[in-house]
Design a protein around this ligand. Structure first.
Ligand code: LLP
Length: 424
């Protein structure tokens, strides 16, 4: 199963309302997460790559602690991209050797922490390599250090998440700095890997592979010219998923096989692979259900006002037309609504700005106040990009494992929100 089907979602909502896990007068939005789908995706991920691959999962895609704990229990590592994410990784107990620290703005303090804790670090620039060199002289550390390069193979279809075009704020561009990259491997004998990330959604598997191949060519040159072996290549994340239920998501097994074919083609079998997937693992495993507060019928348009907008769906609202979700309408008891007459609705959130519209012209059965709108495939980069605008309070999150439901994050209360704006 690649997606959670609407009839299962309906049954889950009914179960949780009946058991009292959802308080219908309080929980205007509920996030659901399906552990079994995460598990099957994890198994596919592990079988797609060689056994000695280090799989780290991008925390930013889904930072919920209970889910990170599950990821740890499955033997995976994490990719952290900020001080906060490093803290999450340590607190949850990820082993430093299974933690990779990427960020384009690492401070000296963050680097000191990572290097003295033996966490792996991918430097984003030559300046950062210099900072690491200063620390490496003073501290005995087993951190493995990579250099992020930009293979400059072109942009994907979504500008905001495409990072391997001619210009990117991330990594060292290989067209301009090929010689200097090779020199760094001669200068720093602790520099042992190359890191790439092509983009997140909107970049085809073929694009990811061509970025990978460019990196292998560079690794060949580094080895020939420096006389040293590059030990690892971190391929980042970016395997796109499908948000359209009539299309299967790209196959991770095929991706892993093609990566290994390229490694053989360049005779670089000694390289250890590191991965940093986020969306692949999480996107289809989560969905969001939000109550219809009002139905507005105007002459030219119809709008459903629900309780999730740009607070949860920042990209969908701010980059309209670039992100797609499927929608299902449930009645106030959780049953799937049907009806021959379908109506086109704009699905609008609760925030105070005109762009707070999750999707436009979505065909649904006739909607009524109190119904629920299901927004499918919201397990990655939705609540991870949570916005506090208009002091919105974070919704309840329920995880399903087998037939069991568990609240893994409580609904934020007004006092929590007050604390956020007042603590000092
Ligand atoms: N590694 C690095 C260095 C990354 O920057 C990212 C994502 C990943 C791994 C994980 O990529 P994935 O497998 O999840 O595609 N909706 C967000 C997406 C930003 C992705 C950022 N980086 C946005 O609109 O900003």
């Amino acid at each position: 199963m690649s997606f959670i089907p609407p009839d299962e979602i309906s049954r889950n909502l009914i179960d949780c309302i009946q058991s009292g896990l959802i308080e219908t007068d309080q929980d205007s939005t509920i996030i659901f997460y399906d552990f079994d789908l995460l598990l099957s995706k994890t198994k596919a991920l592990i079988s797609a790559f060689p056994e000695n691959t280090l799989h780290t999962i991008a925390i930013k895609a889904n930072p919920l602690v209970k889910i990170l704990e599950k990821i740890k229990s499955l033997g995976l590592g994490v990719e952290a991209a900020s001080e906060g994410e490093l803290f999450l990784a340590e607190k949850i107990g990820f082993h430093p050797s299974q933690t990779v620290f990427d960020s384009p703005a690492k401070t000296r303090n963050e680097l000191l922490y990572a290097i003295s804790s033996n966490i792996n670090v991918n430097a984003d620039s030559f300046m950062e390599l210099e900072r690491i060199a200063e620390l490496k002289e003073k501290i005995n550390s087993s951190s493995r250090i990579g250099l992020r390069i930009n293979p400059q193979i072109g942009y994907g279809t979504i500008a905001a998440t495409s990072v391997a075009g001619d210009y990117s704020k991330f990594g060292v561009p290989i067209k301009e700095f090929r010689t200097e990259i090779i020199e760094s491997f001669k200068t720093y004998n602790w520099l042992s890997g190359i890191h790439i990330h092509i983009g997140s959604q909107g970049c085809s598997m073929q694009m990811l592979l061509s970025g990978f191949e460019e990196s292998l060519k560079l690794i060949k040159e580094i080895q020939e010219q420096s006389g040293r072996n590059v030990e690892f290549i971190d391929i980042g994340g970016g395997l796109p998923t499908s948000y359209h239920h009539n299309q299967s998501p790209p196959d991770i097994i095929e991706y892993g096989a093609k990566i290994q074919e390229l490694i053989q083609k360049y005779k670089l079998e000694h390289l250890q692979l590191i991965t940093e997937f986020g969306r692949y693992l999480h996107a289809n495993s989560g969905y969001t259900i939000s109550k219809v507060e009002y139905v507005k019928h105007y002459k030219e348009s119809n709008t459903l006002i629900i309780h999730a907008g740009a607070d949860l769906f920042l990209r969908e609202c701010l980059n309209p037309g670039q992100w797609y979700h499927e929608f299902t309408l449930l009645d106030l008891n959780g049953e799937i609504k049907s009806g021959s007459k379908s109506i086109k609705y704009h699905i609008a959130g609760p925030l105070c700005f005109a762009g707070d519209i999750v999707a436009r012209d979505i065909e649904l059965p006739k909607a009524d106040e109190g119904d629920y709108v299901v927004i499918h495939d919201t397990g990655a980069y939705t609540f991870g990009m949570w916005s506090k605008y208009v002091s919105r309070m974070f919704p309840k999150v329920i995880m399903k494992t087998g037939k069991t439901f568990e609240i893994i994050r409580n609904r934020e209360k007004p006092k929590d929100m007050y604390f956020f704006w007042s603590s000092y």
